[in-house]
Design a protein around this ligand. Structure first.
Ligand code: AMP
Length: 217
């Protein structure tokens, strides 16, 4: 089984990916995580992507696709079940993913679309605080840490993602509606789009995802 987890920034793709990976033994590929790793390691690709991500824009299809191929190739030796998180984000990327699946002899993916209204996305993104040490995620509006700015799990300092400031958040949502949402039509035309109302708790949303998967796979 191959899945694309699709949705606007702040729709909970990262959180739901973790749950899906645990429940269905999928190999998780997040292009956002891979890009942040490349930036941390200061690779040539990371250096090219850094300013683009900080502005809330999309990295070029060519760059992000080469990163995707790099991630799939070693994992493919041991698995035929992937969860693509954050890719595709444009229609050309969706077409490329179909080619990549062919090339790596993978089943064409089904797409789970997490739908969340924009007003809620803005609070989720601008309120998000992350612990870089242990990866725990908080939100000053919905899930505040006990002590402001301090991780409840490991007591490390919490930080904001550079692209979570209000101005960049608005730009990311504009780009989502403009460039990414047409991907929904691409998958709907192929009969493999499942839209989930993702305005709920992590558990509630995961239950909805689970019932879609169990019904269709
Ligand atoms: P994410 O963690 O998925 O929200 O991704 C963070 C940022 O990485 C995005 O705002 C984009 O700048 C970049 N990015 C991640 N995936 C892609 C993609 N498939 N195509 C273009 N840019 C991407």
């Amino acid at each position: 089984m191959n899945l694309v987890l699709f949705g606007p920034p702040g729709s909970g793709k990262g959180t739901q990916s973790q749950r899906l990976v645990e429940s269905y033994s999928l190999s998780h590929i997040s292009t956002g995580d891979a890009l942040r790793e490349a930036i941390r390691k200061r690779t040539p690709l990371g250096l090219q992507a850094q300013a683009i991500i900080a502005r809330g824009e999309l990295v070029s299809d060519a760059l992000v696709t080469s990163l995707l191929r790099e991630k799939i190739a070693p994992l493919r030796e041991n698995t035929d079940s992937f969860l693509f998180d954050g890719y595709p984000r444009t229609v050309p990327q969706a077409a490329t993913l179909a080619e990549i699946c062919d090339e790596f002899r993978l089943q064409p993916p089904a797409t789970l679309n997490l739908h969340v209204p924009d007003e809620l996305l803005i609070r989720r993104l601008t309120g998000r605080r992350i612990c870089p040490s242990c990866g725990e995620v908080f939100n000053i509006y919905f899930k505040p840490s006990t002590l402001a700015g301090v991780c409840d799990v490991c007591a490390g300092p919490l930080v904001k993602r550079v692209d979570d400031d209000p101005e960049t958040t608005r730009e990311r949502l504009r780009i989502y509606h403009d460039q990414s949402s047409p991907v929904l039509d691409y998958y709907a035309e192929r009969g493999v789009l499942y839209t989930i109302d993702a305005n709920g708790t992590t558990d509630e949303v995961f239950e909805k995802i689970r019932s879609v998967i169990e019904e269709h796979y």
